[in-house]
Ligand binder design. Structure first.
Ligand SMILES: Nc1nc2c(ncn2[C@@H]2O[C@H](COP(=O)(O)OP(=O)(O)OP(=O)(O)O)[C@@H](O)[C@H]2O)c(=O)[nH]1
Ligand SMILES: [Mg+2]
Length: 255
C-alpha cells in the first residue's frame, strides 16, 4: 500500500493546484466507465449516525434543510462550481423502516462514482447516548466514549467495504469531520486514520481504488452544546471546504 500523504502535504498540493489522486489508478477507472454512467455523477455518503453526513452535504449545498436524523436514503442534486452532482445521503442508524445493509448493497449495485465515508474520531452525536456515558462530572468528553465510537467506525466498514467490486467504485474519500472538536489532537487523529487499524481496513481494495483521507469541518459547533477545542476558526473551516471541493472536482472532471 502506498504511504498516504500527510495532511500538511495535502494542503500544500491543493494550494499549488496539484491533484493528490493517483492518476494511474484513476485513468484505469475512467476507462472502465461508460459515458452514460459517468453523466450521473452519483456520490454516496456513508458513516455512523451523528458523524455529520447530512451536515457535510448541507455545507456544500447551502440552505439544505436537514432533519436531525436521516430516516431514509435521500438524493440531493446540485451544482458544485457549475458541476452537476448527486449526493446520496444514507441514514447512519437502522431505523424500524430502514434496512440499511440491504439499501447500501442496492446503492452500490446500481453504481456510484465514489464514496464519501464520514468519520469523526469518535465525536458522533446520537440522541440514544446518555450524557453520563459521554461526559465526566467535570464536563470533559470521556476518552472511553470516544474509543467506543471509533471502534464502531471501524466495525461499520465491514458493512460496505466487502461489497466493493473493482469495476464499481473509482474512489473513496475518508472525510474526518468535526475538526473543530479534535483539532487539539491533530497529530493523533492523522496517525489514527492514516496509519493504524482504520487504514489497514482499506488495504484489500487499495490496488484498484483510490483511497484518500481528508480532514474536514462541516460546521463549527459546541459538542452537545458544551465546548469546542477553541482553537479552530472559520478561516480553517473555509480552507478545508476549499481543499475538499478542489479535490472532489479533480476526481470528477474528465481528462
Ligand atoms: N462540532 C461539529 N459538529 C458537527 C459537524 N458536522 C456535523 N456536526 C453536528 O453533528 C450532529 C449530527 O450531524 P448530522 O449531519 O445530522 O449527522 P448524520 O451523519 O447525517 O446522522 P444520521 O442522519 O443519523 O445518519 C449535528 O448536531 C451536526 O450539527 C462539525 O464539523 N463539527
Ligand atoms: Mg443524516
Amino acid at each position: 500500500m502506498t504511504e498516504p500523504l500527510s495532511w500538511g502535504a495535502i494542503f500544500s498540493a491543493a494550494k499549488a493546484g496539484h491533484a493528490i489522486i493517483d492518476e494511474k489508478k484513476r485513468n484505469v477507472f475512467i476507462k472502465k466507465l461508460n459515458l452514460l454512467f459517468r453523466s450521473n455523477r452519483k456520490i454516496v455518503v456513508f458513516g455512523l449516525s451523528g458523524a455529520g453526513k447530512s451536515q457535510f452535504i448541507n455545507c456544500l449545498k447551502k440552505n439544505l434543510i436537514i432533519a436531525e436524523r436521516t430516516d431514509t436514503t435521500e438524493k440531493i442534486k446540485f451544482e458544485l462550481d457549475k458541476f452537476p452532482i448527486q449526493f446520496i445521503d444514507t441514514p447512519g442508524q437502522a431505523g424500524r423502516h430502514y434496512p440499511r445493509k440491504e439499501e447500501l448493497t442496492k446503492i452500490l449495485k446500481n453504481g456510484v462514482e465514489g464514496i464519501v465515508n464520514v468519520i469523526s474520531y469518535g465525536y458522533e452525536e446520537n440522541p440514544e447516548f446518555s450524557f453520563d456515558d459521554i461526559f465526566t462530572p467535570t464536563k470533559e468528553v470521556k476518552e472511553s466514549f470516544l474509543k467506543l465510537n471509533r471502534k464502531a467506525e471501524v466495525e461499520r466498514l465491514a458493512e460496505w467495504l466487502p461489497l466493493i467490486h473493482p469495476n464499481d467504485i473509482g474512489w473513496i474519500i475518508n472525510l474526518v469531520n468535526k475538526a473543530d472538536l479534535w483539532w487539539d489532537n491533530l497529530d493523533d487523529v492523522q496517525k489514527y486514520y492514516n496509519k493504524e487499524d482504520y487504514n489497514d481496513a482499506f488495504k484489500q481494495i487499495d490496488n484498484y481504488t483510490n483511497v484518500v483521507t481528508l480532514p474536514f469541518c462541516a460546521i463549527i459547533k459546541p459538542y452537545y452544546d458544551t465546548k469546542t477545542s477553541g482553537k479552530f476558526g472559520e478561516i480553517q473551516k473555509e480552507q478545508m471546504h476549499n481543499h475538499f471541493t478542489h479535490q472532489l472536482l479533480n476526481l470528477l472532471k474528465e481528462d
